[in-house]
Design a protein around this ligand. Structure first.
Ligand code: AMP
Length: 151
């Protein structure tokens, strides 16, 4: 069993695709006897709007955080993922996912991946970003399709 995965990190954007991504990871975890952690990252409001809006954004950030934690629990808890393995962090998805994986000895990251064509392909995706910097295996679960007319 030395090749078995021991810690699988599932990254979810909290859309309906999250269920597909998690459902692909669950049997892998079961077969390997691996722990599953699940992560969602929130963009820092100060990063998006800092300086442009003359107000304290921290209470709005707290509300977004609370809402994201509830959504994440709705997705993860029915599958037996414990609250301590459910993580909401603030930052950019690809770098935060990589950081978490490195800090917590994750050996498989599972992300969703939209089929992209044309211009959308050039814009890249979270799954591409995660793959390029990850120090462990990455499984990209096909979750749908983004046309170049969609973005
Ligand atoms: P994308 O193709 O960039 O829309 O992202 C597809 C996948 O990246 C999603 O199915 C998730 O696995 C992951 N992802 C995107 N945004 C986030 C986020 N904010 N937090 C965690 N994972 C994310």
């Amino acid at each position: 069993m030395s090749n078995a995965y021991q810690h699988i990190l599932v990254a979810v954007d909290l859309t309906k695709d999250s269920h597909l991504v998690l459902k692909r990871a669950l049997p892998i975890a079961e077969r390997n006897g691996a722990r599953i952690s699940i992560i969602h990252t929130l963009e820092p409001l100060g990063f998006a709007y800092g300086g442009d809006i003359p107000m304290d954004l921290s209470s709005i950030q707290d509300q977004l955080d609370t809402h994201a934690r509830e959504r994440l629990a709705d997705i993860a808890t029915p599958h037996g993922i414990k609250p301590e393995d459910q993580h909401v962090v603030v930052g950019m998805p690809d770098s935060e996912i990589q950081r978490f994986a490195k800090d917590r000895a994750v050996d498989l990251i599972v992300v969703g991946s939209h089929g992209r064509h044309g211009f959308a392909l050039l814009l890249g995706s979270t799954s591409t970003g995660v793959l390029h910097g990850a120090e462990c295996d990455v499984l990209a679960v096909r979750v749908g399709h983004i046309d170049d007319t969609d973005e």
